[in-house]
Design a protein around this ligand. Structure first.
Ligand code: PBG
Length: 320
C-alpha cells in the first residue's frame, strides 16, 4: 500500500476541513501612528499603505479597524519637539497621550487600546532611554521615566501598555507604579524578546526617529535564541500579562520556543521592514503580494503567536 498524504489536499473543501491553523480578525492588532499638528493623513514612502494620522483620521482608522473585527490597536506618537529626557512622553498633553484620550473617548471598551511605552519617539538623541553623562543608556534612571509614562498612559485611557524599551526590570517597575496609582487592571504587554533588527528601518521614518548609532546595548543580538527564553522568564516572573517576540518572520524559531515556555498569551510583531519587503517585491511583480501577506501571517500564527501586531490588520480582517 502507498501512503497517500495528498488525499488530504485533493480539493479546497478537504483542505479547509483539515487546516490546522486559521487566522481570525480578533487575533490581529493594528499599529497606528499619530502625528502632532497633522491636519490629515500623511503617507509614508517606505511603508506603502501606512500613514501618520491626524487626531481625526486616527479615530476614523481605529473605528474602521474595530468594524473589521480586529482585536486591538497599538498607538505610537510622533511629537514635534524632542528633548534629552523625552518629556513629551509623560506630558498629559503630549501627542501620544492626547491620541490615547481621543481613542478611548471614541471607542470606550469596544476594543483593546494599547500604547507604545518607550522614550525613543520623544528623545532628542532617539534612544529608548535617558543617557548618562558619558552617553550610555542609563537603565535605572530610564525605569523611573517608564513608570511615570505607564501611569500617564493608563490615565489617558490605555488598556494595555506595551513595554518596548528592553530595559532590565521594566515590567516589575511599571507594574508597581500602575498598581500604586490604582491601575491594577491595566495590562502589560512585554516586548520580551526584541531583537536589534534592520527590519525597523521604515518605522524610523514613520516616527521621524533622530537615532544615530544603534540599540545593540539593549535590544537582543540576532545570533541568540536561548537569551530570549531568559528574557521571557524574567518578564513572566515580573508580572507580564502578554509576552511578545519582535520582529516576527525572521524569528519564528524564537517565537515557537517562547510559545512553549509561556503560560500567558504570546504575541508577535510583524514589523515595518517585513511589510516593506512584501510591498516592494509585490510592486515589482516578483511575488504575489496578497498571497504573501496571508502566508506570512499564517506562518506567524502556526509558529505559536496567538496575537499578531500587523499593519495589515484591517485589510486582512476584512478579507476573512
Ligand atoms: C520602539 C519601537 C520600535 C518599533 C516599535 N517600537 C523601533 C525600534 O526599536 O527602533 C518598530 C516597529 C516596526 O518596525 O514596525 N519604540
Amino acid at each position: 500500500m502507498i501512503h497517500r498524504p495528498r488525499r488530504l489536499r485533493q480539493n479546497a473543501a478537504v483542505r479547509r476541513l483539515v487546516a490546522q491553523t486559521r487566522l481570525h480578525p480578533a487575533d490581529l492588532v493594528l499599529p497606528l501612528f499619530v502625528k502632532e499638528g497633522a491636519s490629515g493623513p500623511i503617507e509614508l514612502g517606505s511603508m506603502p499603505g501606512v500613514v501618520q494620522h491626524s487626531l481625526d483620521s486616527l479615530v476614523v482608522a481605529a473605528k474602521e479597524a474595530v468594524a473589521a473585527g480586529v482585536g486591538g490597536v497599538m498607538l505610537f506618537g510622533v511629537p514635534t519637539k524632542r528633548d534629552a529626557t523625552g518629556s513629551g512622553a509623560t506630558d498629559p498633553d503630549g501627542i501620544l497621550n492626547v491620541g490615547l484620550r481621543a481613542l478611548r473617548d471614541a471607542l470606550g471598551d469596544e476594543t483593546v487600546i494599547m500604547a507604545d511605552l518607550c522614550l525613543d519617539e520623544f528623545t532628542s538623541h532617539g534612544h529608548c532611554g535617558v543617557l548618562t553623562a558619558d552617553g550610555r543608556v542609563d537603565n535605572d534612571a530610564t525605569l523611573e521615566r517608564y513608570a511615570e509614562m505607564a501611569v500617564v498612559q493608563a490615565d489617558s485611557g490605555a488598556h494595555v501598555v506595551g513595554l518596548s524599551g528592553m530595559m532590565d526590570g521594566q515590567v516589575a517597575y511599571c507594574r508597581g507604579a500602575l498598581d500604586a496609582a490604582g491601575h491594577t487592571d491595566t495590562l502589560i504587554l512585554a516586548y520580551a524578546a526584541k531583537y536589534a533588527s534592520a527590519a525597523y528601518g521604515p518605522f524610523r521614518e514613520a516616527v521621524e526617529s533622530t537615532l544615530e548609532g544603534d540599540r545593540s546595548t539593549y535590544q537582543q543580538d540576532p545570533a541568540n535564541g536561548i537569551e530570549a527564553l531568559r528574557e521571557v522568564r524574567l518578564d513572566l516572573a515580573e508580572g507580564a500579562d502578554i509576552v511578545m517576540v519582535k520582529p516576527a518572520l525572521p524569528y519564528l524559531d524564537v517565537l515557537s520556543e517562547v510559545a512553549a515556555e509561556s503560560d500567558v498569551p504570546v504575541a508577535a510583531y510583524q514589523v515595518s521592514g517585513e511589510l516593506a519587503m512584501i510591498e516592494a517585491a509585490g510592486e515589482r511583480g516578483w511575488i504575489d503580494r496578497d498571497r504573501m501577506v496571508r502566508e506570512s501571517l499564517i506562518s506567524i500564527k502556526r509558529a505559536g503567536a496567538q496575537i499578531i501586531l500587523t499593519y495589515y490588520a484591517t485589510e486582512v480582517a476584512r478579507s476573512l
